[in-house]
Design a protein around this ligand. Structure first.
Ligand code: NAD
Length: 513
């Protein structure tokens, strides 16, 4: 295990990272919102919070920016996002390190998150030349009918702590090339990384020149009330909110009440099926990464595993060994694979779920707190593997911690039924070398999730495909594919280039001139 917590105070390093990234001191000091590192539990600073008037002013600035930005041709808007990608490339190491310190991700995952930002910028630059509309066959002579896609307005972005920077970029890179401005309410647990990203955006905007107005991207800081103020602002036609299903249930109806659009990227109680023909070496590696990576704090974390009776006894002991041997500790140290939980509440939630599992007849391997003496204000845990007699109790909802429930199955249809029998199914996979099973799993009557994979775990979605959502809200909403359409409004245009005015069939409406 990696147990070196003797590094110098993280607050000093954070100060120099923020200075280097160009974040003004008054943006992150002297406020009321505590920024902490889950690595040690240490308070890094107190960030100024935005009050209701401040949110309204931020939306006003963004709206003014939108009014100018929507008239800039889309490929020129793409140039701003290209410059943002360059800033992210140049500052990848510093921003990735800050992500690790503020969210507790291991170094490669902090850097990987910034790489996802770079990737979506590249994607959006190409997209800025591909915002296509259709030309549609019209029933009228000498007419042409087509659809046009226009910018939408101010896009509100509410993000979760576990992807503190990438979620913003999945939204904003598309929103910006589509001609919108963005107001971002980051998680109250990760305010510093948001300020760092905003500073990099401002560098890109300064290089772009006057055609990119101030206010194209604005950050507001605080908790759910700040998010709610954004959600309720009538000048925000779309809110993309990433977080728990509880948050989605609160935000969705408020947006619907004022006919605003919602992109809800919510929780994931994700599962995999290990079939009789599965390659168990591959399965073991895929499961370890998908279930224990990021200490189980990914929306796509593997949380439920259905293993065929014929391979259960071969796989389980190997899994138990892999779980017991995983390197847990300071995520900044090389060799660490599992960092800390975000806070005490996360640890308490994990213990509650394990108690419920035991009460339901589950056999728990691991799950205890580690490094408590070396880091008393941080919450490191041994990832838990829980053998369950059936799918029940805490298995039916997402606990945002490293718990993998394992259930035996005998029949493929039974496994798919158990797989689909929970609400928050976001991502899924099957491990099989049987072509029929693989195809059945991704067919209409197979996995009901927005991500359905074969011989690869449920986590690690690529930005080129649409992902996220939540199966109850309709999967696959963010990033690639045709997700850009959510950030634009569609108009249908009919042009008459003839000399007559054909009306609908059978209608006569003659007027004397
Ligand atoms: P959370 O729901 O506690 O908070 C998410 C964000 O929503 C925060 O910024 C929070 O301040 C804000 N918020 C909460 N209630 C609100 C309300 N009523 N109105 C407006 N804003 C509100 O989630 P978290 O603990 O930060 O993140 C973990 C959760 O996010 C997990 O459930 C995870 O699965 C999910 N997640 C989903 C995706 C995805 O793409 N589907 C990606 C990352 C995380």
């Amino acid at each position: 295990m990696t147990t070196d917590f003797t590094a110098p105070r993280l607050a000093d390093e954070v100060a120099s990272l923020l200075d280097g990234l160009g974040v003004a001191r008054d943006a992150w000091t002297g406020g009321t919102l505590p920024a902490r590192s889950p690595i040690s539990g240490e308070e890094l600073s107190r960030v100024p919070e935005t009050d209701a008037a401040g949110v309204a002013a931020a939306v006003g600035r963004a709206h003014d920016a939108f009014v100018a930005w929507r008239r800039v041709p889309a490929p020129q808007r793409g140039e701003l996002v290209r410059l943002l990608g360059e800033e992210l490339r140049a500052h990848k190491a510093a921003l990735g390190r800050l992500v690790s310190i503020e969210a507790g991700k291991i170094a490669s995952e902090g850097l990987g998150e910034v790489q996802e930002m770079i990737d979506i910028c590249d994607f959006a630059v190409g997209l800025s030349r591909q915002l296509y509309g259709l030309t549609i066959a019209t029933e009228r002579a000498d007419h042409r009918m087509m659809e046009t896609w226009h910018p939408l307005g101010v896009v509100g972005i509410v993000s979760a702590f576990n992807f503190p920077v990438a979620v913003w970029s999945w939204n904003s890179a598309l929103a910006l090339v589509c001609g919108n401005a963005c107001v971002w309410k980051p998680s109250e647990k990760t305010p510093l990384t948001a300020l760092a990203v905003q500073a990099l955006f401002e560098r890109a905007r300064a290089r772009y020149g006057a055609a990119a107005p101030a206010g194209l991207s604005v950050v507001v800081q605080g908790g759910r009330e700040v998010g709610q103020a954004l959600v309720d602002d009538a000048r925000v036609p779309l809110v993309s909110a990433t977080g728990s299903t509880a948050m989605g249930r609160a935000v969705g109806p408020r947006l619907a009440a004022r006919f605003a659009r919602a992109i809800l990227e919510l929780g994931g109680n994700n599962a995999a099926i290990v079939a009789p023909s599965a390659d168990l070496d591959l399965v073991l590696r895929a499961i370890a990464f998908a279930a224990m990576g990021t200490a189980g704090q990914r929306c796509t974390t593997l949380r439920r595993l259905f293993v065929h009776d014929s391979v259960y006894d071969a796989l389980l002991p190997r899994l138990v060994r892999a779980y017991a041997g995983v390197a847990i500790g300071d995520p900044l140290q090389p060799g660490t694979l599992v960092g800390p939980l975000i806070d005490r509440a996360a640890w308490q939630g994990m213990q509650r779920a394990l108690d419920e599992a035991r009460a339901a007849g589950g056999r728990v391997h691991g799950g205890e707190r580690v490094h408590a003496a070396a880091a008393p204000d941080a919450y490191y845990v041994q990832p838990a593997l829980v053998e369950m007699p059936t799918q029940c109790g805490p298995m039916l909802h997402e606990t945002f911690a490293p718990i993998l429930y394992v259930v035996r199955y005998r029949d493929f249809d039974e496994a798919v039924a158990m797989h689909n029998a929970v609400g928050a199914g976001l991502s899924s996979s099957i491990f099989t070398t049987d072509l029929r099973e693989a195809e059945r799993f991704i067919a209409a009557d197979g996995s009901d999730c927005g991500i359905a994979n074969v011989n690869i775990g449920p986590s690690g979605a690529e930005i080129g495909g649409a992902f996220g959502g939540e199966k109850e809200t309709g999967g696959g909403r963010e990033a690639g594919s045709d997700s850009w359409k959510a950030y634009m409004r569609r108009a249908t245009n009919t042009i008459n280039y003839g000399r007559t005015l054909p009306l609908a069939q059978g209608v006569k409406f003659d007027v004397d001139a």
